[in-house]
Design a binder for this molecule. Structure first.
Ligand SMILES: Cc1ncc(COP(=O)(O)O)c(C=O)c1O
Ligand SMILES: [Zn+2]
Length: 392
């Protein structure tokens, strides 16, 4: 059980780079670098059957993960989350096959654990000793936890009004918390500056190649949990878009390996009306997104006005015949109640946004009753109980 990583590739021009050195964005274009694996060799030597017998966390997919030395893996048991049949909601909406991927069960309560585990592990393997991390909140909490586990310092940067749970978990896990008067984009600029000044490695998503590899495992798991089949659609609450990009990459790798058949699911991006750069770009047929002015939403994870990998998110949506749509904050909170009432899942507002999106798409006829649909609940609602008011 070891990695088949082979090289890194520029997602803009295809130029390749070695993987066994510290990398950020591509030298050629300044764009996202993807990890590429020796898939023909893995196809000859490996089999999808081995995964089932391994510990049920994301590192069971070690062959398709970037870390070459298993001893370097920094883990809290991330991944291996359930794909829950949402039978009550399914019935209510007149659907036949609706699932919720319950990422709230991850360490630190969100899917961010996957990306951070992958990135910190690979960085440790490459000899990096300290980090910076800009975040809407959850990625910072995860970074604090995984860096604690890796015994490496991290400075996290998050907007002043980030959720209290994120501030507290970051402090508890011993990170240095910097509150920024601004948005995640401002936090990002600061994190990069401090990293350069103090010789630290900045973990901004998609500005290093490996967080996406962790997120990719959500796609690998979904395929495995559906009996090595892909769903027809995945509805994803989109901020920086790492999950869409990662899952799409994962499905493409499984297809190339011949371990699944068919076409990748329609990727559907849901964004709040107060910050919808991807929705606007998608509707206008643009290849990249303009920065969204005055971004405001109660879903902190979706308050990303200028996603760095906009072109990759838009490609994933278009190539799979997906779509992008905006929803209201108030509906998101209602949907938190509805998911809990119907399915017993305490979802984060971002995850609840996918249910609002689903209803719109069913009503419009974009999604059919017979389609297999997965909603991605990206995190636990227990981090957001302040949004919930008592009701009698
Ligand atoms: C709970 C939650 N959901 C969704 C997102 C958006 O994720 P992505 O950057 O992959 O689009 C975030 C990002 O902060 C988040 O914390
Ligand atoms: Zn390039």
């Amino acid at each position: 059980m070891f990695s088949y990583i082979d090289h890194l590739e520029c997602t803009q021009c295809g130029q390749t780079f070695p993987h066994n050195q510290v990398s950020k964005v591509s030298d050629c274009c300044g764009k996202v670098l993807f990890a590429r694996y020796d898939l023909p060799r893995l196809r000859r030597e490996g089999s999808r059957e081995v995964f089932a017998g391994r510990e049920p966390n994301m590192w069971r997919f070690a062959e398709l993960m970037p870390v070459t030395d298993p001893a370097q893996v920094v883990t809290l048991g991330e991944g291996g989350t359930p794909l829950l049949a949402a039978t009550n909601l399914q019935k209510k909406l007149g659907l036949q096959s609706l699932f919720i991927k319950e990422e709230g069960l991850n360490p630190t309560g969100t899917f961010k654990a996957r990306g951070i585990s992958a990135a910190v592990s690979k960085a440790a393997e490459l000899g990096i000793t300290g980090f910076t991390m800009p975040s809407a909140g959850n990625a910072a909490g995860a970074a604090a936890a995984y860096c604690a586990r890796a015994a490496r310092p991290v400075q996290v940067f998050m907007p002043q009004d980030a959720p209290p749970a994120n501030k507290k978990e970051s402090v508890m896990a011993g990170s240095q918390l910097n509150l920024v008067d601004g948005l995640i984009s401002d936090a990002g600029r600061l994190a990069v500056a401090v990293a350069a000044e103090q010789n630290l490695f900045d973990l901004s998503t998609l500005k290093e190649p490996y967080r996406a590899e962790g997120k990719k495992t959500m796609g690998l798991e979904i395929a495995m949990q559906l009996g090595w089949k892909m769903p027809d659609a995945i509805i994803y609450p989109t901020g920086g878009g790492t999950g869409i990009i990662g899952m799409y990459k994962g499905f493409q790798e499984l297809l190339e390996l011949g371990w699944i058949e068919g076409t990748p699911p329609k990727f559907i991006a849901v964004q709040p009306t107060g910050c919808q750069p991807i929705v606007k770009a998608f509707n206008e047929g643009a290849a990249t997104a303009e920065t969204w002015a005055n971004a405001a939403t109660l879903a902190d994870g979706l308050r990303v006005p200028g996603p760095f990998a906009d072109y990759l998110i838009l490609q994933a949506i278009r190539e799979t015949g997906g779509t992008a749509l905006a929803i209201e904050d108030a509906d998101m909170v209602e949907a938190m109640y509805e998911i809990a009432t119907e399915e017993g899942i305490i979802a984060c507002p971002e995850g609840a946004a996918t249910l609002v999106g689903l209803k719109q798409l069913v009503q419009q006829g974009f999604l059919g009753a017979d389609e297999t649909i997965v909603l991605l609940n990206t995190g636990s609602g227990y981090k957001y109980l302040d949004l919930i008011r008592d009701r009698n």
